[in-house]
Design a protein around this ligand. Structure first.
Ligand SMILES: Nc1ncnc2c1ncn2[C@@H]1O[C@H](COP(=O)(O)OP(=O)(O)OP(=O)(O)O)[C@@H](O)[C@H]1O
Length: 230
């Protein structure tokens, strides 16, 4: 309903309705929207479309059944408080650098944040593909893969897999894959856009291992290649 603010309100009966009469007795005047108002309306419309697009993405359901003691221990890790900020940074940027004290949960928790958000399992284009995590040492690959599969209540060799030189346990529906940086370097040579992956995490990048340093250089090209494709 629009209140036209009639100075001398008289009931308008059927057949006598005339907009010019109403406006003549009205305190409000018709106004032509200014350029700024039109721009603002268009901007609101575009934002509205963005919301509609976001809502049209299918909902993502990821079932996780972690052991109780794991859930309890996770709550005390400093990184858990940062989950939302980390995930928003990942959604909004092609490259994110994560710094945190030793033991705060970078290696074990970030892959879980991603998995719980549907990376590795969802059919959404932007989250489709394995979560790949590299480590400079093979011992760390095995330990992290075992730990993350245990924390998520998943089976090692199925949803969570690993690959090091001469040893590989990766299932056909693998969602999280731990590997040495050397393994990923070899994969890039045959798949220059790393199509099978939705996210790549280079763990321990500050150690500046030769393979990780080369990977950082090559991944800058992968980021650009994937930008062109999308
Ligand atoms: N194999 C494991 N068994 C039991 N607890 C573990 C295991 N791996 C990690 N944790 C626990 O999870 C916590 C987080 O470890 P995580 O390796 O994710 O930390 P981080 O931030 O990556 O450390 P760093 O910088 O040293 O790599 C640790 O404090 C440790 O208590």
């Amino acid at each position: 309903m629009v209140d036209v603010g009639l100075r001398n309100p008289e009931p308008i009966t059927e057949g006598t309705f005339d907009l010019s009469d109403i406006l003549a007795h009205s305190t409000i005047k018709p106004s032509v929207p200014t350029r700024d108002e039109i721009d603002l309306q268009e901007e609101e419309l575009i934002q509205g479309e963005a919301v509609v697009q976001e809502c049209s993405n299918p909902p993502i359901f990821v079932t996780v059944s972690s052991p109780y003691e794991v859930e309890k221990a996770r709550r005390d890790l400093p990184i858990i408080m940062m989950e939302q900020e980390i995930m928003e940074a990942i959604y909004e940027n092609p490259v994110v650098i994560l710094c945190g004290e030793t033991g705060c949960g970078k290696t074990t928790q970030v892959p879980q944040f991603l998995y719980e958000a549907g990376f590795g399992t969802s059919n959404r284009l932007d989250r489709k593909g394995i979560i790949g995590i590299t480590q400079p040492r093979r011992v760390a690959v095995l330990a992290a893969a075992r730990r993350v599969s245990y924390e998520l209540g998943l089976k090692l060799g199925k949803e969570v897999g690993f690959q090091v030189r001469h040893d590989k346990l990766v299932g056909s529906n693998c969602a999280i894959k731990f590997m040495t940086d050397g393994i990923l370097l070899r994969e890039i040579q045959t798949d220059s856009a790393l199509k099978h992956y939705s996210v790549i995490i280079l763990d321990e990048a500050h150690e500046r291992s030769l393979n990780t340093d080369i990977l950082i250089g090559m991944l800058t090209r992968v980021v650009n290649a994937r930008k062109v494709e999308t």
